[in-house]
Design a binder for this molecule. Structure first.
Ligand SMILES: [Zn+2]
Length: 436
């Protein structure tokens, strides 16, 4: 077909039609990528690039920085002088020469500053301190009814952070920031508000503001499964992949996604709420108002209720209703307790259905499962994989790995701390120890 005949070029261009383009997001992204000619912004961008290169390479000379980035030697010298002043970068010594004067090698000061990460679960609080390479320096954890007792939870967070800093090599003065992982979605339009649906008792509490007031450090808040995904992507099983799903199985069940190398949060911050995928439309009522959500079958409360019910029915088991916990159920299963094994296998099958759906939808490289239930090993994962195998498209599962989180119980807190490091490497100036 002759396109010119059906779509003649207009004689005059009408600029107002441009703003009406259906792909307005593309126009915004083009505008965001226009290179800046503003010298101050250009210098910030150069600083960000050099800081990241030094962090990634660990050891690099000024000459190599100039070679790798195409910046002039004088620009590199001026910016690295600023970075040395912040204390984030140090001179490590004299490197080898390829002819001429031996260069001074620069390095990132991994242990010069620390990060704090807080994992606020529904029924526990964990705190880690780490260096700037994600190495955990102290880790404390304490059970607490976070949903019902917010003031007690805030007091416990304060005391755990203070104690974690006491046993860590970093003082508060050398802490760049505090990251918190919360057990609920965070709406990006209200980034310091906890979900009224999941944590109704917290509605009058601005947790980031309380932490900033107490510790005087930048505070970052995000959802716990997102932080688990971030932790695995930076330091755990996902350091080599661009697409992963992290599934946290605890009192609640949530997933965090890294898509194309970045966290995927969804339009209102609720992406990954797989705990509310309906497994049984006739099932029990969930806190979200729906029926038969995954969490009503596989959440910690549901598993304990199932064990209690089976005990009442007279099934033999070493478990007793008095001291029921996920840990006790897993330990019983490890010792061959038939009731505990049955309950965990059933949970594995149901999780498998949800994970199969997730894999068909997102096609991740890895699905990393976390939570104390994963200690059950093959008792959980064998039925889970069997379900996934029967319900996923071959192409979605052929390369994907399903595995237990290698970071274990400190992974979410580590991910929370990583938010601070990510902000630093993004060049967010309020995180720098000395404003460059
Ligand atoms: Zn639900």
């Amino acid at each position: 077909m002759n396109r010119r005949a059906t779509h003649p070029v207009p004689a005059t261009l009408e600029p107002e039609t441009h703003s009406d383009s259906p792909a307005r997001w593309w126009r915004r992204s083009v505008r965001a990528r226009i290179p800046t000619l503003d010298p101050a912004r250009q210098r910030e961008e150069n600083r960000r690039v050099l800081l990241n290169l030094i962090w990634c390479e660990r050891q690099i000379s000024r000459a190599d920085l100039a070679r790798e980035t195409g910046m002039s030697r004088s620009t590199v010298s001026a910016i690295t002088a600023e970075l040395l002043e912040t204390g984030l970068v140090v001179e490590l010594g004299v490197g080898s020469s390829s002819g001429g004067r031996r260069p001074i090698v620069l390095g990132f000061h991994d242990d010069g500053f620390g990060l704090v990460g807080i994992d606020m679960g529904a029924s526990h609080i964990g705190v880690v301190t780490t260096n700037l390479r994600g190495e955990v320096r102290s880790h404390l954890s304490s059970p607490h009814d976070v949903r019902q007792d917010p003031e007690g939870a805030v007091a416990l967070i304060f005391s755990l952070v203070e104690r974690a800093l006491e046993t860590s090599p970093f003082s508060l003065a050398h802490t760049l920031g505090i990251g918190i992982a919360a057990p609920c979605p965070i709406d990006p339009t209200q980034p310091s508000r906890l979900s009224p649906l999941v944590l109704p008792a917290w509605q009058d509490i601005d947790l980031p503001a309380r932490l900033t007031e107490r510790f005087g450090r930048p505070v970052f808040l995000d959802n716990d499964a997102n932080m688990g995904a971030l932790g695995e992507h930076w330091w755990g099983a996902g350091t080599d992949c661009q697409d992963l799903a992290f599934v946290k199985v605890a009192t609640g069940i949530g997933a965090g996604f890294v898509v194309n190398g970045a966290l995927y949060r969804g339009a209102a911050g609720v992406a990954g709420e797989i705990g509310h995928i309906v497994i049984d439309p006739e099932g029990a009522r969930c806190i979200c108002g729906l029926r038969g959500c995954l969490v009503t079958q596989v959440g910690a409360l549901a598993l304990k209720a199932q064990v209690e019910h089976l005990l009442q029915m007279g099934h033999p088991s070493q478990l007793t209703p008095r001291d029921l916990s996920i840990e006790a159920i897993v330990t019983a299963a490890e010792q061959g307790d038939a009731l505990a094994v049955d309950v965990i296998r059933r949970a594995g099958r149901q999780l498998g259905i949800a994970i199969a759906n997730l894999m068909n939808l997102l096609n991740p490289d890895q699905v990393i499962v976390s939570g104390s239930l994963t200690r059950a090993g093959r008792v959980l994962f064998a039925p889970l994989e069997e379900m996934v195998f029967g319900r996923t498209l071959f192409s979605a599962r052929s390369k994907a790995r399903i595995l237990a989180s290698p970071l274990g119980e400190s992974g979410v807190a580590l991910g929370a701390a990583t938010q601070v490091l990510a902000a630093l490497l993004e060049g967010e100036r309020h995180v720098f120890p000395v404003t460059p």
